[in-house]
Design a protein around this ligand. Structure first.
Ligand code: ADP
Length: 159
């Protein structure tokens, strides 16, 4: 049976830490969907269409990766689209504490057989978050090497 996996997040913006997880996760499944969460109340830096477009450009060489946006409960999106696997990235014990609670709650909400799979961050990106990238970029700090090129160019336009 073909394995269909979801890697979901706000990705505002996508960082090289996210990209590293996408690349590694894409080797563990037949199809990987990067699910970009649309939550207009959060006032994102990049609107949902821009995030989807830029992540598409950043992942264009990964053949089994697709980018989609979704709204609402992650478990509903997983159930409606029949995902087998949900991938999450772990940077630290802080992530672990949040992620395990979320995974256990989601496990109650999934209808089929859905596994949450955690990939450890590569040490190169363990410190990296979207929030930190935005903060440094907004203060004109150097973010080269922290985000894919397409996203770098967009952030340079923004700030
Ligand atoms: P949200 O905004 O919903 O918290 P994020 O876009 O920040 O989502 O992150 C989505 C997923 O990527 C989460 O599982 C998070 O732990 C993981 N992640 C974020 N940054 C990194 C990184 N530098 N290395 C590995 N995983 C990461």
């Amino acid at each position: 049976m073909a394995t269909k996996a979801l890697y979901a997040g706000s990705f505002d913006p996508l960082t090289n830490g996210h990209y590293d997880i996408i690349k590694r996760a894409s080797k563990l499944c037949d199809e990987l969907v990067v699910g970009v969460i649309s939550n207009p109340q959060k006032k994102p830096l990049l609107d949902i269409d821009t995030r989807v477009k830029l992540i598409g450009q950043a992942t264009k060489d990964l053949e089994n990766v697709k980018v989609q946006s979704f709204e609402g409960l992650l478990a509903d999106y997983v159930n409606d689209n029949k995902f087998d696997m949900v991938v999450r990235g772990l940077r630290s014990s802080l992530d672990f504490d949040n992620e395990i609670a979320m995974a256990q709650m989601n496990a109650r909400l999934y209808k089929g057989n859905v596994e949450t799979v955690f990939l450890m961050t590569s040490p190169d990106y363990a410190f990296l978050s979207s929030t930190m990238v935005k903060e440094v970029a907004s203060l004109k700090g150097d973010i080269k090497g922290l985000v894919p090129d397409a996203i770098f160019d967009e952030l340079m336009k923004k700030f």
